[in-house]
Design a protein around this ligand. Sequence first.
Ligand SMILES: Nc1ncnc2c1ncn2[C@@H]1O[C@H](COP(=O)(O)OP(=O)(O)O)[C@@H](O)[C@H]1O
Ligand SMILES: [Mg+2]
Length: 383
Amino acid sequence: MVDTNPRIWAFGGGKGGVGKSLVATNVGVALAKRGHRCALIDADLGGANLHTLVGGVDSKRTLSDFLERRVRRLEEVVAPTRIPRLSLLSGARALFESPNLKHYQKQSLLRQLKSLGFELVLLDLAAGSSFSTLDFFLSADREILVVVPEPTSVENAYHFLKAAFYRKLKTAARRAGVEPAVKQAMQERASRGIKSPRELIASVCDIDPAAGGWLQEEIDGFRPRLIVNQVRSPSEATLGRDMKRACRDYLGIEIEFIGAIASDGTVRRALQERRPSMVLFPTSPFSSSIQKITDKLLEGRRPSAQQDQLSEDFRVLGLEPGCRLADVISAHRRLKKLYSNPSLATFSEIDEKTRSANLARVEEASRRILLEVSGAIPVADLR
Ligand SMILES: Nc1ncnc2c1ncn2[C@@H]1O[C@H](COP(=O)(O)OP(=O)(O)O)[C@@H](O)[C@H]1O
Ligand SMILES: [Mg+2]
């Protein structure tokens, strides 16, 4: 088969039960429906369940057969699903003693994945921050973090991000031969007051500026995408934006918030029927959010034209980008009142045409900002 070098998207996030498998499966269905040939890989070796989420898969071989060398070629593990263009590589059936795979097992899995002829490969990762999970996460072209608006999930996500960051740093340092500076900084952690990845890099820069600069560049390429799942109110949806800011300020890690997904009753009904929500309820709020998230993952970083538009929208409302949701709502209310009817403040200064044009701009700007702040959920759906 041809080596098509598929793009790898990995779904991780530290905590179990947040929706990694559910989101990965449905993004896979969305991609297949759009014509992409893709594979879902159940890399949760301790708690494999993708075969149930996808439904109707008759996989005779699993990844454990490959990893334990009962089959030599990964191709033999690939099973078709009921959804055209979507294949599944089932996870291990037997519980692994340790979720940490040997280096050669991971390498051989990743190497063979590239020769299967898929355009996209979606890795559904286990909960936790084991080295295997971190390595699969870091091997991906898109590192996707799933959280729910609960303190334990957020805490786990930060822990996972830091663990991934340090693992990436270590590998990068080894590859560049700059380990001594990193090691020294780590050893002097307490005396140097290093508490975050950002401070670690700064210390490496002090010790060896060239090594620090090189690592910084390497780490700049680390830009995990964040999904906030099981959202029940608009204020919960702002967690994505808040976490993005906290990651930048406290960890020195840039993440990109790519959307929120509402907690949706149809999800459970689809699970009971063992069919993906994207198949049974393609227009549900859950499926609409999955579509928008899939768009964002495909397009990569937001085009700058869109970013410019958003800065302009904040300017129209007289706000700074990154302000609080409450500020957006009150600016919208105030300006709407100002431009809605000829008011005492505007009647002598603004003609009718300008007034209604201003009102339209305010409405349009508020709509775009609220949509951005709440992620993939149209704000109206949450009211
Ligand atoms: N958006 C959602 N709406 C409703 N229920 C959800 C949603 N996301 C996840 N769930 C529930 O959470 C459960 C755990 O999801 P799962 O994908 O298995 O988590 P993980 O893979 O992170 O352990 C699902 O079985 C489902 O019942
Ligand atoms: Mg799972």
